[in-house]
Design a protein around this ligand. Structure first.
Ligand code: COA
Length: 151
């Protein structure tokens, strides 16, 4: 499992959910969700509702005039490693987009490290997924993706 997306990701998200850290001004809500398949927990989702997504310092949009404003729900996903490759990452995010808290978002966003091929493959399966830009952060390249609610 990549170090940037390991249990530390879960810990950070849970601590933020419990409001033990000061969040940036544009943060509206921070959720830590567990997705179930029947009785079995299969995935952890960090979901941060931002009034407006703010790009990292080194961000390169795919189009100069792309509109990334508006309330945005930013996801990070962690699937139980025993269950990788069964479509749970996609299913969990799609289900989360139907959560009442997600109704306050105009767009959904995920940021994936360019060397995380499994995650890039998984995100490509979300209907309407769009690459909106790339970034250089923490010594790595990242890809930023967006999608919108199904109509
Ligand atoms: C990334 C992650 C969420 C994907 O979860 P998942 O439930 O396995 O995802 P899916 O089953 O929907 O899709 C995985 C796809 O990647 C493919 N894949 C698996 N290993 C791969 C690899 N090494 N390189 C490229 N693609 C790979 C699978 O074949 C599958 O595609 P397919 O359905 O067309 O066969 C999961 O691997 C995970 O929790 N990783 C650790 C945390 C992380 O990196 N999170 C993302 C950063 S926010």
């Amino acid at each position: 499992m990549p170090a940037h997306a390991s249990r530390a990701m879960v810990a950070i998200s849970v601590v933020r959910t419990l409001r033990k850290v000061t969040l940036p001004e544009n943060y509206r809500e921070v959720h830590s969700w567990v997705a179930y398949d029947g009785d079995r927990p299969v995935a952890f989702l960090s979901a941060e509702l931002l009034s407006r997504w703010s790009p990292p310092e080194m961000f390169f949009p795919v189009e100069p005039d792309i509109d990334l404003t508006g309330p945005t729900l930013v996801f990070a996903t962690l699937v139980d490693p025993e269950l990788w490759g069964r479509g749970y990452a996609t299913a969990a995010k799609m289900a989360a987009c139907d959560h009442p808290a997600a109704a306050r978002a105009e767009a959904f966003h995920a940021c994936i490290r360019a060397d995380n091929e499994r995650s890039l493959k998984a995100i490509s399966k979300i209907p309407g997924i769009q690459l909106v830009g790339t970034a250089a952060e923490e010594g790595h390249r990242w890809r930023h993706f967006r999608w919108h609610r199904r109509t």
